[in-house]
Design a protein. Structure first.
Length: 73
């Protein structure tokens, strides 16, 4: 589905068609999480618990970068 970026006040945004909101079971006011993937950007419903877990994982990856690189070899 092709969407267009539009001006919303002093910001820019994408308007999701009603049909897409229904298919995704989303309503006005719901929060989305934008994830960068090798294939592009993935939008998913925001899950506060998952967001907290991802923050912990990112902290561990930053702190233990050298160890994780060794393990990857």
């Amino acid at each position: 589905m092709k969407l267009k970026i539009t001006t919303i006040g002093n910001s820019a945004g994408v308007i999701l068609p009603k049909e897409l909101l229904a298919r995704l079971r989303l309503e006005k006011g719901d929060e989305l999480l934008a994830l960068e993937t090798p294939d592009g950007i993935r939008l998913t419903t925001f899950d506060a618990q998952l967001a907290a877990e991802m923050e912990v994982a990112e902290q561990v990856m930053r702190k233990r970068r050298a160890l994780l690189n060794k393990l990857a070899q």
